[in-house]
Design a protein around this ligand. Structure first.
Ligand SMILES: [Fe+2]
Length: 426
């Protein structure tokens, strides 16, 4: 746990209420049936997310609170995601087979946990609360992580449905904010990133996950990074140039996936008579050439970069280039739930924070001197440090409070149901 997190239990209780309410708000526009479906093993039903985030507080905080009684002891197994130190788990790929507990029962489970957490945070003796305050803070950051997953998972549920259902029709759109404001420069420009020895990793002063530290030195050769994200227009040129049919552009594993899955465009793209549309959480609409390409895998990002005569940035290059950038942009609270065209402006980087998670060419590995959190929570991050690539910068589905410039997201190289896109380097 971060030793320097200054935690005030009253403030944490208030924050707890805000963060927990935000999860329920994301699920609110869904019909009951939408909350139960699992469209692929990586996707969890919204109902499961709502239950599992409650399970986290119950398992890691409340079970240590004197007098706490679980609502249903079987939930310990049912809603455990991957913590072997807690016990066995209900199989991940079968989460969508459970009609019970129903959505109403899961919401009752949330209320049960919330009431106990508020009582514990506000009333329990400080010697009981103090050792677990940081775990409660982890629980809130965990909940925020699942808010993003809830958005991307419900997107997969709705956007793979042939009836093209709309999640919300009142989302902020590029068209609505256009009015001359967002203008993606037609010509892609690059900005220099100085070479030298730099420090990366979380510098302390606030919450961070264990995988963001320790802060350490890295050697960066001079390079340049694209000043904005790769657009759909640029990606269309890659497709038109036979990008998905040319094995010389692809990593070997990536080419296998392209052939096996029959990929010919990013996820949620649809072509009819030469015109491209996108399925979004606001429904099906025409593709805009100036919007960032989203829902590409690492393999697609890498093949595109190769085709463009460039490469993907290393995470150290990204973090050193990002130094000092504000945590602001098209994040969850911006309420677009889709990446937006770059705004015209003077700033060095556009869309660095928000819009899409940017694939890096860095494998997800421990930093030098990495130590996992102690106890069962040590399973949170460290055990996934194989066969995954790092992504940086947050997305249009990431809560603003959640992301940092040192934040290391990670997914397998063929994953593309997250809000993932491309910033070129060379
Ligand atoms: Fe989780």
């Amino acid at each position: 746990m971060p030793p320097d997190a200054k935690l005030d239990r009253e403030r944490l209780a208030a924050l707890y209420g805000e963060v927990r309410a935000a999860s329920v708000r994301i699920a609110a526009p869904l019909r009951t049936e939408d909350c139960v479906v699992q469209t692929m093993p990586d996707v969890s039903p919204a109902k499961w997310h709502l239950a599992h985030t409650s399970w986290f507080f119950e398992t890691f905080v409340l079970k240590n609170a004197p007098g706490y009684a679980p609502l249903d002891a079987r939930y310990e197994w049912l809603f455990n995601s991957y913590y072997n130190g807690v016990g066995a788990q209900f199989p991940r790929a079968q989460r969508g087979t459970l009609s019970r507990p129903g959505v109403e029962e899961v919401l009752a489970y949330r209320r049960h946990v919330d009431a106990a957490m508020q009582r514990w945070l506000r009333e329990a003796p400080s010697e009981v609360v103090a050792p677990l305050l940081e775990v409660a803070l982890v629980g809130l950051n965990h909940e925020e992580q699942h808010q993003e997953l809830m958005v991307t998972d419900l997107k997969h549920v709705l956007c793979t449905n042939p009836l093209e259902p709309v999640y919300r029709s009142d989302l902020r759109t590029a068209a609505a904010i256009a009015d001359g404001a967002p203008v993606t420069p037609a010509t892609l420009q690059f900005a220099e990133v100085e070479g030298g020895v730099f420090e990366i990793g979380h510098a302390g002063g606030g919450f961070a996950f264990d995988n963001e530290g320790p802060r350490h030195r890295v050697l960066i050769e001079g390079c340049s990074l694209a000043r904005r994200l790769t657009t759909c227009g640029e990606y269309l040129e890659f497709i038109a140039d036979g990008g998905y049919r040319r094995p010389e552009l692809w990593l070997s594993d990536g080419w296998d996936v392209v052939r096996r899955e029959g990929w010919s465009a990013p996820l949620y793209w649809k072509e009819q008579g030469g015109a491209w549309s996108l399925m979004t959480l606001g429904g099906l609409r025409a593709l805009r050439r100036d919007e960032p390409v989203c829902h590409v895998s690492y393999y697609e990002a890498d093949a595109f970069a190769t085709w463009a005569g460039a490469r993907l940035p290393l995470e150290a290059e990204w973090e050193s280039a990002a130094g000092g950038e504000p945590i602001a942009g098209n994040l969850l609270e911006h309420d677009a739930l889709h990446p937006l065209p770059a705004a015209a402006g003077e700033s060095r980087w556009a869309q660095l924070v928000g819009d899409v998670w940017e694939w890096t060419a860095s494998a997800y590995l421990p930093y030098p001197g990495y130590r996992a959190w102690s106890g069962v929570l040590g399973e949170y991050n460290g055990k996934f440090m194989a066969n995954q690539m790092v992504l940086r910068g947050g997305s249009c589905a990431t809560p603003r409070r959640h992301v940092r410039l040192s934040y290391r997201n990670f997914f397998g190289p063929s994953a593309r149901w997250q809000m993932t896109g491309i910033r070129l380097a060379r």
